[in-house]
Design a protein around this ligand. Structure first.
Ligand code: FAD
Ligand code: NAD
Length: 478
């Protein structure tokens, strides 16, 4: 193993491992430092996303949705399921197996691309030196022409609700329970709160989400957020807004949660508490003063549009820098930085960033919301199409939700796409592509969508934004 590299990447989450692979593809001698130990105390690649984030949460969301359907949904289809048994430890082991297959897959990709995995914690020193401390405390120093910091983020801890065993947990802990708790409280009705709240609700827990803000999913288009709140509430998620948690105490096998709402101080007794109040950039032990890399006022590594820090040749990508904390955002930044280092032109189009909440129905969006367009004074037209009018959604027995397309009246360009409904995450792809290609609504109107598919709802919503949808009554006809 050499001590000098063209590129050393710190962190092998979706930002760092993708950056390392792209660097190696472009012919650079690349190393990636990663310190993660999995729950069996084995070093693992993949970061938050593969180990305790996107993948394990989706594995449980898929399994619990099927369980819930089998118990509550199949009857309508003429299928009677009797004697359905739930094996939570097996569900958790399946999730673990998926995680280990995928993290092992990254290891295979590193080998195939000739990337050296430096196992341990990396620290950036002066003059692009990197010190790596292995898990036995041994230290070794390396140098690099370029450094990419991709050390990600960790859950924000609330000092007033300290984590405690499996009773008061963060998102990682809530992926590990071996039995279904009677009552779960989640602090924060954000993305993690809704996804993990849904997992345990589907398995039978009573779930209460306490949210400090007075609005629900403020980053989501208002019409879609309203639909989501109504639907999730109907599913039994007890979403309480303007409810700020002020403390928690574990008493025996119960947790007492204290919170404030418009009626004053409240207390609630639950079996488990999930703290899901956001994530913060992880820079602990990553930088020395001598490295000279500046942070911004929020503790994120400060970077320019090319993800370069104030120190030439040191870059930072993913959750540790500004922008949404999303795996695909970090990966795209990783590709861009690798290509820029290789002397190629590259950029990330932050205006066309897909977002998904993997509840059921899923909530997915790209571009501007109607509220943002109003605030910006844009001359737009909204077109919607409900899944209740989609033949495929009816056939699936999954007719909740709608598609909404926002169109610039002057240029006919798509300004935003918002979906709540079945497979919203997959459906959104065509709108992301349309916006990336600067397509007009006319282009989408001309695009033939197979029948019967859910994607016809996207087509119809786009037509509706131009007053010419076929399968709903248009208010304005062209
Ligand atoms: P990370 O994935 O956090 O990886 C950083 C890596 O750096 C870690 O492996 C860490 O061990 C390592 N590291 C840190 N310091 C050092 C050091 N000094 N030396 C060596 N290594 C170091 N996003 C989505 O887009 N879709 C989803 O569905 C989704 N679901 C999520 C569900 C949950 C429960 C959670 C918690 C997050 C989810 N996210 C999702 C967010 C997503 O996981 C993050 O945005 C993504 O992992 C960020 O990637 P990253 O590479 O920047 O950082
Ligand atoms: P979040 O910011 O989405 O939600 C946290 C919520 O907690 C906020 O609404 C906040 O008002 C509330 N809160 C904070 N303190 C509180 C208190 N004392 N009492 C009550 N409520 C309080 O954060 P998250 O849900 O923890 O997720 C973190 C990040 O991880 C997300 O921003 C997202 O970027 C990423 N993530 C993405 C996905 C996905 O893409 N599907 C899934 C999970 C996580």
């Amino acid at each position: 193993m050499t001590d000098h590299y063209d590129v050393i990447v710190l962190g092998a989450g979706p930002a760092g491992y993708v950056a390392a692979i792209r660097c190696a593809q472009l012919g650079m001698k690349t190393a990636c430092v990663e310190k993660w130990l999995n729950k069996n105390n084995k070093p693992a690649l993949g970061g938050t996303c593969l180990n305790v984030g996107c993948i394990p949460s989706k594995a449980l969301l898929e399994a619990t949705e099927l369980y819930h359907e089998a118990v509550h949904g199949f009857d309508d289809l003429g299928i009677t399921c009797t004697d359905i048994k739930l094996d939570v430890p097996k569900m958790i082991s399946r999730k673990d197996k998926i995680v280990s297959e995928l993290t092992g897959g990254i290891e295979g990709l590193f080998k195939a691309n000739g990337i050296d995995w430096l196992v341990g914690a990396g620290t950036v020193l002066a003059d692009k030196n990197v010190s790596v401390t292995d898990h036995d405390g041994g230290k070794k120093q390396y140098t690099a022409k370029n450094i990419i910091i991709a050390t990600g983020s960790v859950p924000i801890e609330l000092p007033i609700t300290p984590l405690q065993g499996d009773a008061v947990v963060d998102s990682s802990g809530a992926l590990e329970w071996q039995s279904v708790p009677g009552k779960v409280c989640v602090i924060g009705a954000g993305i993690i709160g809704l996804e993990l709240g849904s997992v345990w609700r589907r398995l039978g827990s009573e779930v209460v989400l306490l949210e400090a803000m007075d609005s629900f999913l403020p980053m989501v288009d208002g019409q879609i957020a309203k639909d989501a709140q109504r639907t999730f509430t109907k599913q039994g998620l007890d979403i309480q807004l303007s409810a700020r948690v002020t403390g928690s105490e574990v008493k025996g096998n119960k947790v007492i949660v204290s919170y404030q709402n418009s009626d004053g101080e409240q207390q609630m007794e639950v079996d488990k508490l999930i703290v899901a109040v956001g994530r913060r950039a992880y820079v602990h032990g990553v930088l020395t003063d001598e490295a000279g890399v500046e942070l911004d006022e929020r503790g994120l590594i400060h970077v320019n549009d090319s993800c370069e820090t104030n120190v030439p040749g040191i870059y930072a990508i993913g959750d540790v820098v500004r922008g949404p904390m999303l795996a695909h955002k970090g990966s795209e930044e990783g590709v861009m930085v690798a290509e820029l280092i290789a002397g190629e032109h590259s950029s990330v189009n932050y205006d066309v960033m897909p977002n998904v909440i993997y509840t059921h129905p899923e909530v997915a969006w790209v571009g501007k919301t109607e509220e943002e367009l109003k605030a910006d004074g844009v001359d737009y037209q909204a077109g919607t199409f409900p899944f209740a009018a989609s033949g495929r959604a009816k056939a699936k027995g999954d007719t909740g939700g709608l598609v909404k397309i926002l169109r610039d009246k002057n240029t006919d360009r798509m300004l935003g796409a918002h979906v709540i409904g079945p497979s919203a995450s997959e459906l959104l792809g065509q709108s992301v592509l349309a916006m990336e290609f600067d397509a007009t609504i006319e282009d989408i109107a001309h695009t033939i969508h197979a029948h019967p598919t859910l994607s016809e709802a996207m087509h119809e919503a786009a037509l509706s934004a131009d007053g010419r949808a076929i399968h709903i009554a248009n208010r304005k006809r062209r």
